[in-house]
Write a protein that binds this ligand. Structure first.
Ligand SMILES: Cc1cc2nc3c(=O)[nH]c(=O)nc-3n(C[C@H](O)[C@H](O)[C@H](O)COP(=O)(O)O)c2cc1C
Length: 343
């Protein structure tokens, strides 16, 4: 069935694309717990068109991840369109997204990512070329602006006129990087300014904060990035809150169960030796978790899956960890306080 951002049940809840993080194993873990739409990490349109094997592998989709949106970056409309044709033919994702918000130097110095916000004509050509290359929806992920938060208003209008099906906005400018708070009020103004669906993004570190953002931005939905790292339950907790139920606290047993499953999928996907690349996820799973400090070092140096599982079992059996709760759990007393959590 064709995905349509306008007719999807609201609010739309989605996992935001994160390079090196929202890969197939992580997306499958998220999907095993709840039903957000997943946005895969960005891939380079140039690399796709060149037939780079590693990049093409990054676009492979497991059925459990659908519906899935593949994000791509680049600055040449023809190359972007060709990348869309290739990915569409090979992997058949439910939609495409263009990265026009990434502030990292590697992208903006090549007029990719957020630098496209300084060149609306190019941005419009990219959207038009991509739309001509696929029948799937083409969305765009932007920031509030390059330097001024109001820049998104005219930029989004131009994207809308070019046939963009939906816009995701991270509530900060490129110049801000990750400093300050995401400006949910400016996102609300953008939502009022255009008629296509808008998804809000930025600083939803807990399900309670996501509820606040949905309420405050009045958007069609939200995307969660950092709040989902090591905390894939944020989506099931959000689904509970949206259904008017209290969020289920995440027990140590449940945390350990999911970490083990994630590790198994990661190793199956990248090979036995990839324990080292799983360590970034372990860091996130233990972030803000009371009493986990003494296990962190050991988990980060454990050489095999068996060693990690052994330490996790020990952590689960530790009476001190019995009631351990992460400050990113929606049931934590600080779960709705944005300032505290960003520090
Ligand atoms: C590790 C990491 C990788 C990211 N990679 C991407 C990416 O590939 N594409 C993109 O559009 N945004 C990327 N982002 C930005 C996020 O999708 C999101 O817009 C930003 O982190 C703000 O949302 P948050 O406050 O929920 O984290 C990345 C963010 C992080 C932390």
């Amino acid at each position: 069935m064709q995905l349509n951002w306008k007719t999807l049940p609201h609010p739309i809840i989605a996992l935001s694309p994160m390079a090196d993080m929202t890969d197939s194993p992580f997306c499958r873990i998220v999907k095993s717990l709840a039903s957000p739409i997943v946005f895969r990490e960005m891939v380079s349109s140039e690399a796709v068109v060149r037939g780079n094997g590693k990049t093409l592998n990054m676009t492979a989709i497991h059925q459990d991840e659908r519906p899935l949106i593949q994000q791509i970056f680049g600055s040449d409309p023809d190359v972007m369109a060709e990348a869309v044709r290739i990915i569409d033919r090979e992997q058949n994702p439910e939609g495409f997204d263009v990265n026009m918000g990434c502030p990292v130097y590697k992208l903006v110095c090549n007029f990719n990512g957020a630098s496209l916000m300084k060149d609306p004509e190019k941005a419009v050509s990219i959207v038009k070329a991509m739309r001509a290359a696929t029948t799937k929806p083409v969305s765009v992920k932007i920031r509030l602006g390059w330097s001024e938060p109001t820049e998104c208003l005219t930029f989004a209008k131009a994207l809308e006129d070019a046939g963009t099906s939906m816009i995701i906005v991270h509530g900060r400018t490129k110049m801000q990087g990750y400093s300050g708070d995401a400006d949910w009020d400016m996102i609300r103004q953008l939502k009022e300014h255009v008629s296509i669906p808008i998804l809000a993004n930025g600083d939803m570190f807990t399900a309670k904060l996501a509820m606040q953002a949905i309420e405050q931005t009045k958007c069609d939905g939200i995307l969660i990035a950092r709040g989902a790292l090591g905390n894939p339950w944020i989506f099931s907790q959000l689904e509970e809150l949206l259904a008017g139920k209290p969020a289920t606290p995440i027990s140590i047993k449940e945390r350990v169960r999911v970490i083990k499953n994630h590790l198994a999928l990661h190793l199956e996907h990248y090979g036995e030796k990839s324990v080292t690349t799983f360590r970034k996820h372990l860091t996130w799973y233990l972030k803000g978790l009371d009493g986990a400090k003494k296990y962190k070092e050991r988990l980060h140096t454990a050489p095999t899956q068996k060693d990690i599982e052994f330490i996790l079992d020990e952590m689960q059996a530790d009476p001190e960890m019995k009631d351990a709760i992460s400050h990113r759990d929606a049931t934590h007393p600080d779960a709705g306080e944005r300032m505290k959590l960003t520090k």
